[in-house]
Structure formats: C-alpha cells, structure tokens
Design a protein around this ligand. Structure first.
Ligand SMILES: Cc1cc2nc3c(=O)[nH]c(=O)nc-3n(C[C@H](O)[C@H](O)[C@H](O)COP(=O)(O)O)c2cc1C
Length: 184
C-alpha cells in the first residue's frame, strides 16, 4: 500500500511542511505502508495557460500521484478555503486521482475544516472518496517544538482514526480498480 501525503502550503514562512512531516510519520508508523511526501512548494508545474480539461501531460509529479493508492492532503485554511497552490496541483492531474480515497489534515485558528469541506466537493468531481473522519488541527503553531509538530495525544488519535478509514478504502478501491474497472 502506498500513500501520498500532499503538503498544500507553498508559503516561504509556512508551517505546513512540518505538519505534513508529522502526518507522513504517523501514516508510516504501522510499517505496512509506503509513504511519499509530495510538497506543492517543490512541484514546478507548467504554466496554467497549458491546462486542458480532463488532465494534462507534463506534470513532474504525475507518476508519483498515479503510483499512490490513497492520499492525505495537508492543508491550511486560507480565507475559509484551501490554498490556490493546492488547487493547481489537483487540476494538473485527473486520471491519477480517480477511484482512490483521500483524507484531509486541515489546520487553522479553529482547525481549518472549511478547507476540508471545499476539498470534499472537488474530490467528488474527481471520482474520489473522502473519509468521513478527518483531522482538524486547531492552532497547531502552539505545538511546534524543535523536534517538529508535537500535538496532544487526542489530536494524534484524530489522525490515526482518519488513516484507519483511509486504509480500508484504499484496499477496497484498489481491488475494485483491478477486478471491476469502472465503465459507462
Ligand atoms: C492568505 C491567508 C489567509 C488565511 N485565512 C485563514 C482563515 O480563513 N482561517 C484560519 O483559521 N486561518 C487563516 N489564516 C491563518 C493560517 O491558518 C496560518 O497562517 C497558518 O500558519 C497557514 O498555514 P501555512 O503556514 O502552512 O501556510 C490565513 C493565512 C493566510 C496566509
């Protein structure tokens, strides 16, 4: 099983990378999952003038997104939604996402859930399934240490619950993609 953890903030002063590293560490903790951290700040996507409906070719991370069975999106809440850089990464791909599950680790003053709910609508358009449980980190900057993001245990438990659901969907949908590919 391969999970891609996607870091959505590209700000030079961001804390998102630290949160994404925490999420990747917890996702890999069981030892049965291979984790790939895809950082939007490190994805040199082509100019949006070249975007085409139904996805485009030429993204430098297309292969890594396609190789994943499931996704953990790590996103801040910006003006009650998710960042534009993350939308660019999503829009630059299409088939790579299809029929796969996603969960969201959001953060902000009150946990960033408005970003998550906007992502759910986008994921539905891409034939993705979003887990019911997600992780919402309220004021994560209060738990930054020299060793990284170290939240209270109940916050870690929230992510573990979402990852558990994600793992179930990942297995079910991987089998379905292989044995009963969707056709219309
Ligand atoms: C453009 C912008 C808009 C923001 N809007 C919100 C918001 O709507 N809700 C919220 O809780 N925090 C908001 N914040 C504060 C962010 O939660 C906080 O800056 C966080 O660290 C951003 O994540 P990042 O450092 O990984 O980019 C906003 C921050 C920025 C830069």
């Amino acid at each position: 099983m391969r999970i891609a953890v996607i870091a959505g903030s590209v700000r030079d002063q961001r804390m998102g990378r630290t949160v994404a590293e925490w999420a990747a560490f917890r996702a890999a903790a069981g030892g049965t999952v291979e984790v790939d951290l895809i950082d939007c700040a490190e994805c040199a996507l082509p100019d949006d003038a070249e975007l085409r409906p139904g996805g485009s070719s030429g993204s430098p991370v297309s292969g890594r997104i396609a190789a994943a069975d499931a996704y953990v999106f790590v996103t801040p809440e910006y003006n009650h939604s998710y960042p534009a850089g993350l939308k660019r990464l999503i829009d630059w791909h299409y088939r790579e996402w299809m029929f796969k599950p996603a969960t969201v680790v959001s953060y902000g003053v009150q946990g960033g859930l408005l970003a998550t709910e906007h992502l759910r609508a986008v994921f539905a358009e891409l034939h993705m399934v979003t887990t019911r449980r997600v992780a919402a980190l309220a004021r994560p900057w209060d738990h930054l240490t020299p060793a990284g993001y170290q939240p209270p245990e109940e916050v870690a438990g929230m992510l573990d619950g979402a990852l558990h659901e994600l793992g179930w969907w990942a297995g079910v949908l991987r089998t379905a993609r292989r044995e009963q590919p969707y056709a219309r």
